[in-house]
Write a protein that binds this ligand. Structure first.
Ligand code: ATP
Length: 132
């Protein structure tokens, strides 16, 4: 039995996090998931979420993680995400503006509005606002 997992979180722009952790809680398309050491192999799709990381030293971190893919194999947990931010990196005004834009698109439902895209933009904005 292992007491830790190696967590790597990558975006196209940067290596967001690498370290030994004891738990990661996030949201997949099937619902909330908690990954602990010795988790069975898993590949799943992530929704925009507030991801909680419990480090080996007991410190808890929270971060916004956007859509992506999560993979667990042999106590290595990899998250490949479109974007990630720590709370102090989030521009709250930008997130509020993104929320308003998405809500207007969803209410108007004019021809040409891509509903799924607007829903995802709203989910990203709400997760960022909730983390701030
Ligand atoms: P926007 O419409 O404001 O661009 P978005 O949800 O479409 O929001 P993303 O596609 O998720 O944006 O991210 C594009 C880039 O902008 C990423 O590098 C992401 O980290 C950054 N970003 C987006 N929104 C914010 C924010 N509110 N605060 C800080 N960085 C942000």
């Amino acid at each position: 039995m292992s007491e830790v997992l190696k967590l790597t979180i990558l975006t196209p722009d940067r290596e967001f996090y690498e370290g030994e952790v004891v738990e990661v809680i996030t949201e997949s398309i099937q619902g909330d998931i908690a990954i602990l050491p010795d988790h069975m192999p898993l590949v799943t799709t992530l929704k925009p979420a507030n991801t909680e990381i419990v480090q080996k030293d007991g410190k808890k971190l929270k971060a916004f993680t956007s859509t992506g893919v999560l993979e667990v194999i042999n106590n290595e947990l990899k998250i490949l995400c479109d974007s990630c931010e720590w709370p102090d990196e989030i521009d709250i005004d930008r997130a509020k503006a993104a929320k308003e834009r998405a809500e207007k698109r969803l209410v108007s439902q004019k021809d040409g509005v891509d509903v799924k895209r607007a829903e995802m933009a709203l989910a990203r904005a709400l997760a960022r606002i909730n983390l701030k």
